[in-house]
Design a protein around this ligand. Structure first.
Ligand SMILES: NC(=O)c1ccc[n+]([C@@H]2O[C@H](COP(=O)([O-])OP(=O)(O)OC[C@H]3O[C@@H](n4cnc5c(N)ncnc54)[C@H](OP(=O)(O)O)[C@@H]3O)[C@@H](O)[C@H]2O)c1
Length: 265
């Protein structure tokens, strides 16, 4: 599909998106930016109140050209909740064109000897199976309509080995490969599947590092830019991938990490 000079590259009017874990943090920034560019967005989290607050903030901006928002509570580790999430999203907006699998669990830090099957299974449910289950539910419609955009929010941690982050990096790495497979399987049907791998970003999940001077100094010593990232800077990469600007990008992992992943020493 040719894009003419008269066309805008980031217009999402008429598109609808599910962003998991979008009541705060990186997901909130992603949902806000997609809505600002015209997409209808489903705001999700386990708790309904923060999701409803976020939806209200978007719906208050209708005069500024924002898309609409609805809040749907649901736990991404529960298959029934994912089924209900898709059902309610489709009931609200008719069809879903964009999936941003953002919510994740990071529940164990320590040696592999201490990683229980239960921790690994729960982490895989959140960080891999939710992406797979939502993709399975949404892809048939996307393929039939000839348009779909799937973005997996990964982590720069998935690009390295780790002696401490076993379950988190395993699950995040599986999702990277899943995205590559979906990109190959469905690229010709105008589906694009990509991953964004954030480095340390100022959210609740990163609070224990950002609020600890020693841990923060160690993290930033590897950064090429000497600071942590802001949720908006991750949202920008997602906006690029789901809009016309990113139409030729497929199966990639884009690190938004202040250059940590290209630093050798
Ligand atoms: N922040 C970083 O430094 C960083 C770095 C690399 C990668 N990432 C990745 O970026 C993504 C977003 O992280 P974040 O830092 O924005 O996290 P966050 O600030 O902790 O935000 C978490 C969001 O996800 C929701 N959530 C948590 N568990 C959920 C569940 N089981 N089911 C449904 N929703 C759930 C939360 O709402 P409720 O509490 O109501 O459920 C909230 O909306 C994750 O994939 C994370 O791995 C983050």
């Amino acid at each position: 599909m040719a894009i003419g000079l008269q066309d805008t590259l980031f217009d999402l009017a008429g598109r609808s998106a599910i962003v998991t874990g979008s009541s705060r943090g990186i997901g909130e920034a992603i949902a806000f930016r997609l809505a600002q560019h015209g997409a209808n967005v489903v705001i999700n989290g386990r708790k309904i109140e923060p999701a409803e607050d976020m939806a209200l903030r978007i719906n208050a901006r209708q005069n500024d050209g924002f898309g609409k928002a609805v809040a749907v509570a649901g736990n991404i580790t529960k298959p029934d909740d994912l089924t209900a999430l898709v059902k309610q999203a489709e009931a609200a907006f008719g069809q879903i064109d964009i999936l941003v699998a953002n919510a994740a669990l990071h529940i164990h830090v320590g040696p592999s000897q201490d990683m229980s099957d239960a921790v690994l299974a729960k982490t895989l449910d959140a960080n891999f199976f939710a992406l797979h289950r939502l993709s399975q539910a949404l892809l048939p419609g996307m393929v039939a309509r000839g348009f779909g955009r799937i973005v997996n929010i990964s982590s720069v941690a998935a690009l390295f080995g780790s002696g401490n982050y076993h379950s988190y990096t395993l699950s995040k790495t599986m999702a990277l490969q899943y995205i590559r497979n979906i990109a190959v399987e469905h690229g010709a049907a105008n589906i694009r599947a990509n991953s964004v791998a954030p480095g340390l970003t100022r959210t609740d999940m990163a609070k224990s590092i950002i609020d600890n001077p020693a841990l923060l100094a160690r993290e930033l010593s590897r950064s090429t830019v000497g600071r942590y990232g802001e949720p908006e800077e991750i949202a920008g990469a997602v906006l690029f991938l789901v809009s016309a600007a990113g139409g030729y990008v497929n199966g990639q992992t884009i690190a938004v990490d202040g250059g940590i992943s290209i630093r050798y020493e």
